[in-house]
Design a protein around this ligand. Structure first.
Ligand code: GUN
Length: 297
């Protein structure tokens, strides 16, 4: 049995399922689910993400609407666009790619998206609902990590999430904090550590599950982890090896491989799950808007 959690293959399976669901929803409700992705500026990494998001939405049978604003577009211009997208009946999900240029207030922009179309799950209404266990749109990366952990359960290495000790490294609003909420909802004991935490290594040594989302290449070493831990690596760091750029995670994969029960690779682990979960959230948002049963709930 392989120890590697193949996020790329799992995401591909999910996309096939979502394609079927989109077909059925479009047929029974006479309207195709639609996702609008907004990019401000020309950050090369963001351009790649946005292209992939639109491509995969289209491949899954959704209407995908791409909006590219100039890097010096005003905040008012962006807010006006969001107002229009909030009102459009053929747009069910709205995503504004981050980071935004410095002259735009990201909080104001994210708060302007109608919570029922907020497929990133960043609006305070969705953040609040998640924290008190109400049905919410949930940030895509931590949702993807949760689905990967549940796929490990299916292989019965860890029989259930209930009571497991999960240590999350990183307290971002996009990953660390919502990840903690999702794992609490799965009845894990959760420890959230960050750059100011003391004794991170001792805390990680107690973890059945480690989620690393700090953005520091190969930070987690084998001597930090417990034998048989499940390791989920959210990090995507570019390092130079022999004059070539390589992508590595926050976990030292080669060093931890032997000791881990399961581990996600970088690339090909969490990354592909993020976009798959964006498609899942667009289907959820559509179902919420038409008050129909979400096939993935
Ligand atoms: N930039 C990096 N990750 C994300 C994400 O999950 N959503 C958005 N909107 N922007 C991002």
């Amino acid at each position: 049995m392989t120890k590697i959690i193949d996020g790329k293959a799992f995401a591909a399976t999910l996309r096939l399922k979502f394609k079927e669901q989109v077909k059925e929803l479009a047929h029974s409700h006479q309207l195709v689910p639609g996702l609008a992705v907004v990019l401000v500026g020309a950050d090369p990494a963001s351009e790649v993400y946005v292209r992939n998001k639109n491509k995969q939405a289209a491949e899954c049978g959704m209407n995908s609407f791409e909006y590219k604003l100039d890097s010096n577009a005003s905040e008012a211009e962006l807010l006006n666009l969001i107002t229009l997208l909030n009102e459009r009946a053929d747009v069910h999900g709205i995503l504004v790619q981050l980071p935004l240029p410095k002259h735009i207030n990201s909080t104001k922009v994210l708060n302007h998206i109608d919570p029922i179309k907020d497929v990133d799950g960043f609006h305070p209404v969705n953040v609040g609902k998640l924290s008190i266990g109400q049905k919410a749109l949930v940030p895509c990366t931590p949702l993807g990590c949760t689905l990967l952990l549940k796929s490990v359960l299916l292989k019965s290495v860890i029989s259930e999430l209930t009571g497991k000790h999960a240590v999350i490294i990183g307290r971002s609003n996009i990953v660390g904090k919502p990840m903690a909420q999702l794992l609490l909802a799965e009845d894990c004991s959760v420890t959230l550590v960050h750059s100011r935490s003391k004794n991170i290594e001792q805390l990680v040594a107690n973890a059945d599950i480690v989620i690393a989302a700090v953005g520091r290449a190969k930070m987690v070493k084998s001597n930090w982890i417990k034998q048989g831990a499940v390791l989920i690596d959210v990090g995507i760091n570019r390092i130079i090896v022999d004059d070539k750029t390589r992508l590595v995670g926050d976990i030292d994969f080669d060093d931890c491989f032997e000791k881990a029960a399961f581990i996600t690779p970088v690339p090909g682990g969490v990354g592909p799950m993020t976009i798959a979960c964006l498609l899942r959230n667009t289907i959820s948002a559509y179902c919420m808007q038409y008050k129909i049963i979400d096939p993935n709930s």
